[in-house]
Ligand binder design. Sequence first.
Ligand code: ADP
Ligand code: TRP
Length: 323
Amino acid sequence: MARILTGIQSTGTPHLGNILGAIIPGIELSKKKENEAFFFIADLHSLTQIKDGEQLRQNTYATAATWLAFGFDTSTNVFYRQSDVAAEVCQLNWFLNCYAPFPMLANAHSFKDKSEKLSDVNAGLFVYPVLMAADIIGYDANFVPVGKDQQQHLEMTRDIASSFNHIHGDTFVIPEGLYDERVMIVPGTDGQKMSKSYNNFIDIFLSDKALRKQIMKIETDSTPIEEPKDWKTCNAFKLYELLANDAQIEEMKTNYATPGYGYGHSKQALFELICEKFKTERVRFNELMENTDELDRQLAIGAEKARAVIGKVLAKVKSKTGY
Ligand code: ADP
Ligand code: TRP
């Protein structure tokens, strides 16, 4: 059995890009018989940037509700909130800090990037990769599915774990990153990569009215309605194509070639497709957001399972280092 583990930052309600690019593929991976998944909400990492407690809590719930609404099975896998195992993971973080070379951390692209952009350049941002290493090696993870942007962090995790093993003998499992090159990049309403930071996202959990408004904002060119349109360059079509079946795609191509069919029509079709395709998930998400006790209950079960695993690793670390 391979243990796959990944952390999801709680920076907002997951958008269509997160859902198609990370959540659905993650759930698929967790369903394979040979895998056991540890998926957690990296809410301690979020504190490096978000200082509003209420916002942080809401983001955590929205992230948890999305994974559950899309069918992540918490009975066969482990789903938890990082802060629920703070006592263990932060202790392990300290031990690992003492095996993480300063120049390695100072070289992290993401730290350099953030320290140029953010006004709050705190020490948490600097040791971010070490907490991430504790998240991973604290659970004997074999594989870590992440985006390419996290590759350097994964390499650091491997370096820290190897350096500890070298000094103290075999202790940690050395994890491998899983970078799926095939994962699609979902475009946003302006045609760039959909991202919270570009404010070009589609939040499928909004009410019908608000969702439709977001979809109508998709940028299109000014071809007049009486002329045929080019589906190849249309942002609304690109999103439609990611969700529709082959017959629907062919029909939409014909629509684009037909004078009188406008972008308003294709956006309406996209709106209807999203509503139909994610009907149950949208209902389930809203039910869960109305019932955060249920989210807390599920996360607490996950935390207990996670604590049992990291507790053992931590005990090993203490014994090896002489405490
Ligand atoms: P954001 O850019 O909105 O802040 P994150 O960086 O928090 O998103 O990404 C969370 C996960 O969702 C990552 O695994 C990332 O690869 C995936 N993801 C984010 N945006 C997209 C997108 N537009 N298309 C596909 N996957 C995406
Ligand atoms: N740094 C990751 C991100 O921004 C989130 C994360 C925290 C993570 N701890 C992790 C991912 C452990 C994988 C494994 O996406």
